[in-house]
Design a protein. Structure first.
Length: 702
């Protein structure tokens, strides 16, 4: 919010905008954390299929990770622990320790295992890559297969015997030490050796970019499998990695699965992830499997987005905080419905992985994840907003850090996203001379207080009045936006890398000047607290005037950030204190519902938040928890287990379920980063000692 606030003289006799209950339509969803509730594994099991995930041994100690793993999945694929460089780093010296850890975990939780992988050109020790003698390499390859399979004998459901042996866009094998030294016959020899080592395990060939039936690579793999089956070479299954773009599976994916199955092999979706995790794309992929009786299971390549090798694409069913995404609900629903009616599971052209998406190898990265308080810590996105709220507050988490050039007294107006394993916080800092902004990042809230604060006036954003930031990723442009007020305009800067505080562009204004309707109604207030949210068609800019009005402008998604017009009064109150400033609007995950919260000034002069809901951003708003005695968040419903350090619950932001322009929040286990201050402090407004704390919902019903 802006600085010193004066009481306005203008009064309104009527209240408009916050009226007319809106019907909220939402599909019935299943709560994965409820006793007896459906999960991915239990929904897949009645059809004889499994639903699995890739697992890293190093993450099993993460309670959020292991809880989701054990609740949702009935098949496990070790992500890296059974690959050659992990199991035989030097010739004849085997290390199965990390893999055994995963095997033990699976056994204790009733989960089956896919072995991944025995023969692959990547993640191969240099001592293997350097072999040039065919007899030596053949002996080494067969010994590796036999030793590994014997060690895990009786514990593995299916083995990826050979992985990614075909060249992209070709019917021919790719260049590798196995191909170059042993020739075309190495794949057959690997399968025959594998059958001898463990006759009970299913033996699979696994590859990517073989989902589209007409592609040359698909035809090359198909010809190999057909040849193997005709000659009695032991092959039981074909794995389709299915690393898809936002469009999901190609139109011919169902045909591909059916045609391979017709050769007498099982087909499995082995490494599924879909950029941005569109629910329809995930549903179409599941339908394609359900429509083929020999499609025996689906494995997603990781649990949370932060665990994914494509983490910036957010391609999985659970967000980085461990919350189910809309795609999760779509998969649960599709599995529960049984086989679909469509033989072609996807409309539109294929956007599956291609040469531009390389590399396809799953490396040994262990991405940082938040411990303790997570980015979106609620156990499920499948609940509803309550009619009343209860919160528990942390102590002070973030205080200002003055330096030689910034003698700041308070830090306030925070905006926060969780991205790429870190919280990224932007905030105002204030002193008697004015406002500027800072940026800090950390992996866990326990680190927030010690995180370096970067003053953004050292960036191209520059000096001068800059305050009340809001940050989000605008996916259509693949750019981060920082929206803030500059005194005489709603301004923004862009950045390709949120973690680079010097990467922000110079300020640009959304408007050529203050919209007329604002100048006519602002009175003695201030134009403050700009807030942008987008739906599938439009982007909306909200702002306040400290005089009882909430304004809304809009432009199309394709025009953003340009074209902000049609400014209207979205909400209004005759008592300016009831609709003061710091408005937030969020999309409620899994619902056709939006949440509006607005900061108010209570009867004691302390700040609190009121809330409303609507089924559209530009629709009528219905009161949810909108009184001082029963607020969204305020003195009446916030407790302080570590001791009360503030009576103000003021300007902040919800911890979101994602980070894009839709500003989606989970309705379960909500958290709100806010500003508070010592109740005994008294000075000019800009010099008040604001600090940042975190509210956590204590009455979540889901």
């Amino acid at each position: 919010m802006k600085g010193l606030h004066r009481l306005g003289r203008r009064r309104r006799a009527v209240v408009i905008g916050l009226s007319a209950a809106a019907a909220v339509a939402g599909a019935v969803t299943l709560l994965p954390n409820s006793a007896g509730a459906a999960t991915l594994g239990t929904q897949a099991a009645p059809s004889g299929r499994y639903f699995g995930t890739a697992v890293a041994a190093g993450r099993l100690g993460d309670s959020t990770y292991s809880t989701i793993l054990d609740r949702e999945f009935n098949m496990i694929t070790p992500e890296n622990e059974m690959k050659w460089d992990a199991t035989e780093p030097s010739r004849g010296s085997f290390n199965f320790g990390p893999a055994d850890q995963i095997v033990s975990h699976a056994a204790s939780h009733g989960q089956q295992l896919r072995g991944h992988t025995l023969v692959w050109h990547s993640q191969l020790p240099t001592w293997v890559s350097g072999i040039t003698d065919a007899a030596t390499l053949r002996s080494v390859m067969n010994n590796h297969i036999t030793t590994a399979m014997t060690h895990f004998k009786g514990k593995i459901h299916s083995w990826d015997v050979v992985n990614e042996a075909f060249a992209d866009g070709s019917t021919q094998h790719r260049s590798s030490v196995f191909q170059n030294v042993l020739g075309d016959g190495f794949i057959e020899e690997a399968f025959r050796t594998a059958r001898a080592a463990d006759p009970a395990a299913k033996l699979c060939y696994n590859d990517y970019n073989i989902e589209n039936w007409t592609d040359a690579k698909t035809q090359g793999v198909y010809a190999m499998v057909r040849d193997f089956k005709s000659r009695g070479v032991p092959i039981d299954c074909v794995g389709f990695q299915s690393h898809f773009g936002t469009g999901g599976p190609p139109a011919g994916f169902g045909t591909t699965l059916s045609n391979f199955a017709a050769l007498g092999v099982d087909v499995q979706i082995t490494e599924l992830d879909i950029a941005t995790a569109p629910p329809t794309a995930y549903a179409n992929t599941v339908k394609a499997c359900l429509n083929v009786s020999r499609c025996t299971g689906i494995t997603v390549w990781g649990i949370r987005d932060s665990d994914s090798w494509r983490s910036t694409d957010n391609p999985l069913l659970f967000d980085s905080g461990g919350n189910p995404k809309p795609a999760y609900d779509a998969v649960i629903s599709t599995l529960g419905a049984g086989t679909g009616s469509s033989a072609s599971p996807s409309a539109g052209p294929s956007t599956s992985s291609s040469s531009t998406d390389q590399p396809r190898t799953k490396t040994r990265r262990v991405r940082p994840t938040a411990s303790g308080t997570t980015a979106s810590p609620s156990p499920s996105a499948s609940g509803s907003l309550p009619s009343t709220f209860q919160w528990s507050s942390s102590g002070v988490l973030i205080a200002p850090k003055p330096d030689a050039s910034h003698n700041v007294a308070g830090i306030k107006d925070p905006s926060v996203v969780y991205y790429n394993g870190k919280y990224h916080v932007f905030a105002s800092v204030a002193d008697s001379s004015g406002y500027s902004m800072v940026y800090l990042s950390f992996t866990d809230w326990s680190q927030a207080g010690s995180a370096t604060q970067y003053y953004l006036d050292q960036s191209p954003i520059g000096r001068g009045y800059r305050a009340a930031p809001q940050v989000f990723y605008f996916a259509p442009q693949k750019l981060w936006y920082l929206v803030y007020q500059t005194g005489d305009n709603a301004s923004y800067s862009t950045n390709a890398d949120i973690s680079n505080p010097n990467g922000w562009s110079a300020p640009k204004g959304f408007y050529s000047s203050m919209p007329t309707i604002i100048s006519q109604n602002i009175g003695n207030g201030y134009w403050v607290d700009m807030w942008v949210i987008c739906d599938s068609a439009n982007c909306y800019l909200f702002s306040s005037d400290d005089n009882g009005q909430l304004y809304r402008s809009q432009t199309t998604l394709s025009q953003f950030p340009n074209g902000m017009t049609n400014t209207v009064i979205a909400a209004q109150d005759a008592n300016r204190n009831n609709l003061f400033e710091a408005a937030n609007v969020y999309k409620v995950q899994g619902k056709n519902q939006y949440l509006l919260i607005v900061e108010a000034i209570g009867s004691d002069g302390r700040r609190y938040f009121r809330s409303w809901t609507s089924n559209s951003i530009d629709g009528s708003w219905t009161a949810l928890a909108a009184s001082e005695s029963s607020p969204f968040a305020g003195a009446a419903n916030v407790t302080f287990p570590a001791g009360a350090w503030t009576r103000d619950i003021s300007h902040g932001e919800m911890i979101r379920a994602g980070y894009d322009q839709t500003l989606t929040i989970s309705p379960c286990g909500m958290q709100y980063l806010y500003q508070g201050r010592d109740p005994n402090s008294s000075t000019d407004y800009n010099s008040l000692p604001w600090r940042l704390g975190l509210l956590t919902q204590s009455n979540s019903a889901c």
